[in-house]
Unconditional design. Sequence first.
Length: 501
Amino acid sequence: MRNDATRRGARANPGTVSNAVRGSALACGLALACGSAFAGDNAFPTTPPAPAPAPTLAVPTPSSQVLPNGLRVVSVRRARLPLVTAQLLVRSGGERDPQMLAGLADLTARLLPKGAAGRSAPQIAAQAEALGGSLDASADWDESTVGITVTTPKLPQALTLLADVVRQPQFSADELKRAQAQAIDDLRLQLSQPTALARLVADRAVFGTGAYGHSRGGTPASLARITRNDVQALHAALYRPDNAILVFTGDITPAQALQLAQASFGDWKAPGAALPAAPAGNAAGTLPALLAIDQHGAGQAGVVAAHLAPPRKDGDFYIGTVANAVLGGSYSARLNEEIRIKRGLSYGASSRLDLRRDSGLWLASAQTKNPSAPQVVDLMLGEFARLGTTPVAADELSARKATLVGGYGRSLETTAGLAAQVGDLAVYDVDLADIGRYIQRVQAVTPAQVQAYAKAHLGDARVVVVGDAAQFGDALKRAHPDARVLAADAVDLDSGTLGAK
C-alpha cells in the first residue's frame, strides 16, 4: 500500500532515483568504512526493548454521598490545577428508546443546551463560554450525560447553568426540527459507508429485538417520527434525581461537592411514580450467522464480526479487556497484524469490547477491497478461534498489557477524562475504588484466563459484510453456503429482521 505517491514522484523527477542510489551507495561506503561501529556489542537491536515495569497509580478513592432526593454525588479531588469538571449522568440512554423511535434518547440529550430556563441556545452557549467552558450533552447506552469544565472560582455559576439545562429544558419546536434535520443528514452519510452500516446491522444480528439491537442514533424514518411530546415525555420519565449521578473531578473537596450539589439540585423532586423498569438488552435474533448487504457500486467492503459479551459488572471484566487488547485493541494486535501488516488487505483492522448494563458486544471490523472480503472474513474467524485455543505468549501478553496501562494513564490526565472513568464505574454500580486498581488487575491476567475467556465468548460470531456483492458474493457463498444476501436499499434497521422476508 506503499506509496503510489513515492513512485509518482520518482517518475516525475528521474533524478530522484539516481540521487537515492548515490545516497545508498554513500551510506554503504560509510558503513563499510566504519564497520566496527555497527558490529558486535554496538549492533542495532533487532527486536524492540521489553516493556518497562508498570507504573504505580495514585488516584484517591472517590467519595460517594447521596442527597435526600436520591441524587448521588461522587467526587475525586485533584488539586494540582484550579480546574473542575462537573457531569450530570442520567442512568438511562439509548436502551430506553421506544419501539419505532430509535434515537429519541440521544436527540433529547442533545437538545438540553438548545434552550432552557428562558435562555436561547446562543445565550446558553455564550454564558458557558463566558465561564471559560462549553456544555456538552449526549446519550450513550445506559446513560445520558451533560458536562462542563471550568476554573474553580467559576464552578458555582457553571453548576447553576448545568442544573438549568438538565431540569428546565425548553425543547422548542424550531430547535427540535433543526436537530432532527442535522441528525438525519449525519445518519444518511453514515449509512453510505460500508463499515458503519455493517456495524449497525451487526447490532441487530447480535441483540435481535432487544433494547440494544436498534440504532442508538436512530434511523432516518425513526428520527422523522419523533415529536416534541415524545421528547418531553422521555425527559419527564427519566431525568429525575433518583436516576442521576453528579460527578465532580478536580480541585474540589467532598464537602464542597455536597454543598454545591445541594444548592443547585437539592430542590429537584423525584416524580411520585416509580422509575419504569429497564427493558432487556438482548433478545434472540433470527438473522443468519453471515449476512451480506449488497451496496451496489461501493468502492470497498466493510467486514464486521460481532459476539454477545458479558455485562459490565461481570467479574471477568479485566480478563476481557486484556483478551480484546490481544485480539485487536491496538495497531500491533493480532487482527491488524494478520489483515493489514502481513497481507495489506486493509488500512486497519481492530476490535472493541463494549460492555453495558444488561450484556455487551465484542466486535471486530475492517474495511477492504471488495474481492478481498471473503478472505478477511476467514482471517477474522481464524483469529477468534486461535485466541480461544492457544495460550498467548508471555511477551505478546506483556506488550498488550503495557498498551492498556499507558492508555488508561493517559485517560486520567485531564479532569474530564477522570470524570468519564469515574462516571462509568458509578453508572454500572462498580466499586469506585477500582479507579486505582486498573493496573494491578490488568497485570494479574494470565494467558490461561485469556484463552478461557475467548473460548467462552468468541464461539458464536455474527458476521456482516457490506459492499458491492457482485465482486464477492459468489466466493463468500462458496466458503459459507448459509450466507444470505440483502439489497442495501431494502434494509430496515427499525425491524428486528431488517425487513427481510
